[in-house]
Design a protein around this ligand. Structure first.
Ligand code: 5AD
Ligand code: SF4
Length: 445
């Protein structure tokens, strides 16, 4: 029996998908990447862009046509808007939320899916814990031997006006720190080199269990201690934090421990005060700049990434200019710039989407040009120096080259290196710089 899982969207979905995979493999299925040969097929959906939602509809229509010719069971999970959920219930055999994952084997049996193995064991094991079964206790089947995602939190309480996440994933729930630390320790013991702590709003970690649970800085501190004790080399990242909860002690903790990577992804969304208010971000530009100043002071080598939305409801040319100015000032190494698109259910969906597609494209191009300029200037200063990188994969575009990343997550193409180095740390001398990437050679070579 074969199962195919199509994963759309962000790293959180990839992480969820790793846990879904474990449950399904536990039922005796073999995973396939070929939809056509699957008996069980599902999608981990994303609702951030309409395009991703459209893709789910086109997939399920296709799969439902296949059902005329052969038996097939379909499921959907991930980030689903309430409005889509109602429609998905009619289109898919099974719609489940991640917190229902432990019940997936039973639900599939009820769909008439025969399984080779006992499907109860997973549930029994979970129920023995004598607490509410939770999907984080399902051990994931990691997609890589040297890079791993570790969810620390699910959902979001921030209600940014453009965002659908509080409606697709619900309120913020922090995972028990003991479980997070146990997972990190196990990964480190297995030689994993890059670990990313995941959540919609990682730095409000623990606030839902105040007094009972660590703060985010406290959690990072424990991870740092674990790193020191392990005697192993690895980098720990987290994504994404919210400026509102980005306290100085978080940055101080990162400065204190070698394993906490000097790379910060801090979404700003807009460089304009009024837009930030309109977006319900609950912080001002000065507060954002103060955090950046703290990062520059305490983590002088850190790279900075951000997310920005252009063409939000009512955004004027001057307001876009303020985003441009902020980008110039900070000099981000990377910015994920998105054209605003109304998400049904989110607050702003009721407001006019009044910036034309052409204006949005122009604004995106404008910010993207600034990003290219500032990131190139940064990268040029790296030429001639040697950096530690983690080798990720062979370069698809260049024969004999490898793709790697610095601690700051900058992409370095290593020329003439053996694929045997994939998954290892290497020292690389940077020989040339481009807009969003670098080229180098093995320092020993
Ligand atoms: N339109 C455009 N971009 C969005 N994002 C979230 N919602 C929207 C939307 N409605 C972007 C934000 C967020 C990232 C994950 O996606 O920049 O940080
Ligand atoms: Fe969405 Fe804002 Fe929560 Fe991020 S912080 S998931 S953008 S509501």
């Amino acid at each position: 029996m074969k199962c195919c899982i199509v994963t759309l969207g962000c790293q959180m979905n990839q992480s969820d998908s790793e846990r879904i995979r474990s449950v399904i493999e536990g039922m005796g299925y073999v995973l396939t990447a070929v939809e056509e040969e699957a008996d069980l097929i599902g999608v981990v959906a994303c609702s951030v862009r309409q395009k991703a939602i459209d893709k789910v509809y086109s997939k399920i229509r296709k799969w439902n046509r296949w059902k005329n010719d052969r038996p097939l069971v379909t499921f959907v999970s991930g980030c689903i808007l309430p409005a889509d959920e109602e429609k998905f219930l009619k289109l898919f055999d099974l719609v489940f939320r991640m917190n229902e994952l432990p019940e997936l084997p039973t639900a599939l049996q009820q769909c008439g899916v025969a399984t080779e193995f006992s499907t109860r064991h997973l549930l029994d094991e979970l129920e023995r814990e004598d607490e509410r079964t939770d999907f984080w206790q399902v051990e994931p089947t990691y997609g890589s031997d040297f890079e791993a995602f570790v969810p620390i939190q699910n959902g979001c309480d921030k209600f940014c006006s453009y965002c659908a996440v509080p409606y697709t994933r619900g309120r913020e729930v922090s995972r028990a720190s003991a479980d997070i630390l146990a997972e990190v320790e196990k990964l480190v013991g297995n030689g994993v080199k890059s670990i990313t702590l995941l959540g919609q709003n990682v730095n409000s970690y623990g606030l839902d269990k105040k007094g009972e649970e660590l703060s985010f800085a406290g959690l990072l501190n424990q991870v740092g201690e674990l790193g020191n004790k392990s005697g192993k080399d690895f980098w720990v990242y987290f994504t994404s934090p919210h400026p509102r909860d980005m306290t100085r002690d978080v940055i101080e903790t990162i400065a204190q421990y070698g394993c906490l990577a000097k790379q910060i992804h801090l979404p700003v969304q807009s460089g304009d005060e009024e837009m930030l208010r309109h977006m319900n971000r609950n912080h001002g530009i000065d507060a954002y700049k103060k955090i950046i100043a703290d990062i520059r002071e305490l983590l002088p080598t850190a790279t900075l990434f951000t997310d920005i939305i252009v063409g939000f409801s009512g955004e004027t040319d001057e307001q876009l200019e303020n985003s441009a100015r902020l980008m110039e000032e900070v000099g981000f190494n990377m910015a994920y710039i998105a054209k605003y698109s109304p998400r049904p259910g989110a607050r702003s969906a009721e407001w006019p989407d009044d910036i034309t597609p052409q204006q949005k494209s122009e604004r995106l191009a404008k910010l993207s040009a600034i990003l290219k300029r500032t990131s190139r200037a940064h990268n040029e200063r790296m030429v001639g120096k040697t950096y530690r990188v983690l080798v990720e994969r062979a370069d698809k575009r260049m024969e004999g080259a490898l793709v790697s990343r610095t601690e700051g997550r900058l992409l370095v193409r290593i020329l003439q290196a053996s694929e045997g180095l994939i998954g290892t740390f290497q020292d690389v001398r940077i020989t040339s710089a481009a807009e969003l990437s670098l080229t180098g050679e093995l320092a020993g070579a």
